[in-house]
Write a protein that binds this ligand. Structure first.
Ligand SMILES: Cc1cc2nc3c(=O)[nH]c(=O)nc-3n(C[C@H](O)[C@H](O)[C@H](O)COP(=O)(O)OP(=O)(O)OC[C@H]3O[C@@H](n4cnc5c(N)ncnc54)[C@H](O)[C@@H]3O)c2cc1C
Length: 451
């Protein structure tokens, strides 16, 4: 059987890892050929492609093992690599580049163990179209290669940034960095000490601001977003999670929102901290999300997702300390506002937010991805929508699937599976490794089982 995996980020790589593990564990399973399609040189994805050691994981090491059943595998790897010692390792926020190394080494070991029953080939190209051919699929690439397969895993993730906020087309502006996670994208900004406007005030801004501020003592960074909300930070020590019993939490947004607030307030009263309450709710999010109808989901995305996100997706304590210090000294300013105009002038960009106008040497885009998959502009998804091979939920948040197996426009399961952020529409919390690794394990079993 040939499996095509489009996307060699964390999700696609974890699928290959789990396929390899299954093959190594059960010799009765048929041999497998995997073709991974992604233009990148190295697997792991843009989030973990950063080489700046100050860019840390925002999940503690104990949540980042490739195998959900081996909770402390990444902790042990960090210890064996000398990144951290002793008990501290459990609540350690490793550099993201180290996690990429860990993923690659575990992937290589798993493939080695599977021996010649597994062949994995990385085709460095972008997939452009997917069509159905008999019971299988055909993927065509930008470079003109055609790959036929029995099964397809769509692991294209979401780009880390979108530009829906921009009042005009900035793509041709040399002083505009559209995506800081592209290799070397920040180099020209780091080489200069001019003031920078960062658009977005989330976790990507935190990383970019940390890199920029350490690159020059005189540099000032301003960060702007509609709400001007910064992510909260993780506690200094591990506090655990209190998973609530949600059976009486109702089935609409008002009731569930009230129940979440009561739960978090109760945990804060009992433990002196709200975080174990929020982290416990995370385990129930998919089930709570399923209870909401389309109107409630739309209202959640519009009004509440931002507040939930800053509490749930937190920055490591050490990053929080750097951000606090930069704000205290005035080198980092975080404000709310909506950009209404951007004009290029010699040596910079003038940015208007209503009546206010300021000039910056650079603008770095750190906003979250476009939320609607239908407007993402990824050709491979568009080709599937056009051919009726996939559809989205009414909000366009994710593909319609049966437990990860993509349903076509007529609601029938076909030869395509997906995971990660492309399943946000069904699960909401589906973008980070703790969720993706479990989906990858289940997807691998489902792929091999469905022959
Ligand atoms: C800055 C940042 C930091 C993060 N930190 C953490 C963290 O610490 N812990 C955590 O759990 N999560 C973190 N996340 C969340 C993170 O997105 C996920 O953990 C994970 O990286 C998602 O993996 P993915 O494979 O789904 O998507 P991606 O990593 O985005 O990978 C998708 C891949 O698909 C490829 N692709 C897309 N379209 C095509 C196409 N048409 N043809 C071929 N290839 C294609 C891309 O080139 C890319 O390599 C972070 C996210 C960001 C943006």
């Amino acid at each position: 059987m040939r499996v095509i995996v489009v996307g060699a980020g964390a999700a696609g790589s974890l699928v290959v890892f789990h396929l390899a593990r299954l093959l190594a564990a059960d010799e009765r399973t048929d041999a497998l050929e995997v073709v991974v399609i992604d233009p990148v040189d190295q697997v792991a994805g843009p989030a973990f492609g950063t080489t700046d050691p100050a860019h840390l994981l925002n999940v503690p090491a104990s949540g980042m093992s490739v195998d959900p059943d081996e909770r402390f595998d990444f902790v042990d790897w960090c210890r064996s690599e000398g990144l951290v010692a002793g008990e501290q390792a459990h609540y350690f926020f490793a550099p993201r580049a180290q996690w990429a190394r860990y993923l690659r080494s575990r992937l290589a070991e798993a493939c080695e163990r599977a021996g010649d029953r597994l062949s994995v080939r990385h085709l460095r190209d972008a997939a452009t179209t997917v069509t159905a051919v008999g019971d299988g699929v055909r993927v065509e690439t930008a470079g003109g290669t055609v790959v036929d397969g029995d099964r397809l895993v769509l692991a294209t993730g979401l780009p880390g940034v979108g530009d829906g906020w921009a009042p005009c087309d900035l793509s041709e502006q040399p002083r505009y960095i559209a995506d800081p996670w592209l290799p070397d994208a920040l180099e020209p900004v780091l080489a200069d000490d001019g003031d920078v406007l960062v658009v977005g005030t989330g976790l990507t801004m935190v990383d970019v601001a940390i890199s920029l501020l350490k690159s020059g003592d005189d540099r000032r960074v301003e960060a702007i977003s509609r709400g001007g909300r910064l992510p909260r930070r993780h506690a200094d020590t591990y506090l655990g999670e209190v998973v609530p019993d949600t059976s009486t939490w109702g089935d609409n947004l008002d009731e569930i929102r009230a129940a979440v607030a009561t739960h978090v307030a109760r945990i804060e009263r009992l433990l002196g901290n709200w975080r174990p309450g929020v982290d416990g709710v995370r385990y129930r999010i998919a089930e709570l999300w399923r209870r909401l109808d389309e109107t409630d989901r739309r209202a959640f995305v519009r009004d509440l997702a931002g507040d939930w996100g800053v509490r749930r997706h937190r920055m490591p304590p050490s990053s929080g300390a750097l951000i606090d210090e930069a704000r205290r000294t005035g080198r980092l300013v975080v404000r709310s506002g909506r950009i209404t105009r951007v004009d290029a002038v010699p040596g910079g960009l003038v940015v208007a937010t209503g009546e206010d106008e300021r000039t910056y040497a650079w603008i770095v885009n750190c906003t979250g991805p476009q939320t609607d998959l239908r407007r993402l502009g990824n050709p491979v998804l568009d080709s599937m929508f056009d051919a009726g091979l996939a559809t989205t939920d009414p909000l366009g948040l994710g593909l319609v699937t049966d437990d990860g197996r993509v349903l076509d426009a007529a609601g029938r399961p076909g030869p395509i599976w997906t995971l990660g952020s492309l399943r946000r529409g069904e699960l909401w919390e589906s973008t980070a490794i703790p969720e993706i690794r479990t989906q990858a394990e289940e997807l691998a079993a489902s792929l091999i089982g469905d022959t």
